[in-house]
Design a binder for this molecule. Structure first.
Ligand code: ZN
Length: 348
């Protein structure tokens, strides 16, 4: 192993990321060192690339970015048990504390001390990643590296979709980005009746229809009332999964839901947005905010579903060796891509 490695670094407080030589991380007694093979580019990484207000407030400079990865364990800390060299793995990118009430109750995803790799701590856009052994998720042969590299966002989709019982239910998903599309595939896999996904971007709706057996609706062109009539929904949708962060989408969702409908919110609105709360009260609607993945129940369910026929591969629309990372980010920033995967094995 070399002493240095290639990494995609936010090395200056301005737009862009830079491929740099960085020291290979040293691991502590409870960590593993992972040789990264493939990584996914997230919307979060695009915020960091763009250096928007959120990124400026959140991300220290310099920082190795990236949090969606698959690789192989190449070094074990001396106290690590139950993992082996050569084990293929992905991992939870939220580094949690173990002292909060939530953590001590086993609700690790609700720990208020959470820090994210590639956001607050050195990340996975590198040839090597240090990760606490606790965060490692071993991969079976059924899950190859590129699927392993998108388990983080698939986990967001699974966590959101499994927030409420979907069996036999009519589900409305607003926002056909990669996570919305994967949530649609999950909703179908677990037995929802109708799954409608809305957006105003025709490319994304076309991709949604390719990846999952869903009804794509362009809300710039079609009225939700007509969609409900077409699907013969008596009242409306039972469950809504809000993935867009758009206020108009949330309004439409509340309007399209049945009395007693349930909404899981993953989309992040830009700042404060007005909500018609009386409508929500009178319709007796339940709203749940969703953050990250349940550690590790979401991972367990997601991997079990992937091993049992859940297929989201077509959501990956672009693949580049890391040397061409700029093309990968350009594809993401165009708004016309699904997931973009970077390959770190091609001798950077
Ligand atoms: Zn992500």
């Amino acid at each position: 192993m070399h002493n240095t490695m290639q990494a995609l670094v936010k090395s200056e407080p301005r737009e862009g990321l830079w491929l740099r030589q960085e020291p290979v991380p040293e691991i502590g007694p409870d960590d593993v060192l992972i040789r990264v093979r493939k990584t996914g580019i997230c919307g979060t990484d695009v915020h960091i690339w763009n250096w928007d207000d959120w990124a400026q407030r959140t991300v220290p400079v310099p920082l190795i970015t990236g949090h969606e990865f698959a690789g192989e364990i190449v070094e074990l800390g001396r106290d690590v048990q139950g993992l082996e060299l050569g084990q293929r793995c992905s991992g939870e990118g939220h580094l949690i504390g173990h002292t909060s009430r939530q953590s001590r109750a086993g609700k690790f995803h609700l720990d208020p001390e959470t820090r994210g790799i590639g956001v607050n701590e050195p990340g996975a856009f590198a040839e090597y990643l240090r990760l606490p052994a606790f965060n490692v998720v071993p991969l079976s042969e059924a899950i190859d590296d590129e699927i392993g590299a998108i388990l983080d966002p698939l986990g967001n989709a699974v966590h959101t979709a499994l927030s409420f019982d979907l069996v036999g239910e009519d589900v409305l998903i607003t926002g056909a980005g990669p996570i919305g599309i994967m949530a649609a595939a999950v909703a179908r896999h677990v037995g929802a009746r109708h799954v409608v996904i809305t957006d105003v971007n025709p490319d994304r709706l076309a991709l949604a229809a390719e990846v999952a057996d869903v009804v794509p609706v362009n809300v710039a062109q079609e009225d939700m009332g007509d969609v409900k009539a077409r699907l013969k929904l008596k009242q409306g949708f039972d469950v809504g999964l809000e993935m867009s962060g758009s206020q108009a989408a949330l309004d439409q969702m509340v309007e399209a839901l049945v009395m007693g409908g349930r909404i899981a919110l993953l989309g992040i609105p830009p700042g404060k947005s007005p909500v018609d709360w009386s409508r929500i009260v009178f319709k007796a609607i339940t709203i749940k905010g969703v953050y990250g993945r349940e550690i590790f129940e979401t991972w367990y369910k997601m991997i079990a579903m992937l091993e049992n026929g859940l297929d989201v591969r077509r959501v990956i629309t672009h693949r580049f060796p890391v040397a061409r990372f700029e093309e990968g980010f350009a594809a993401m920033r165009s708004g016309r891509s699904g997931k973009v995967v970077l390959d770190w094995t091609a001798g950077v």
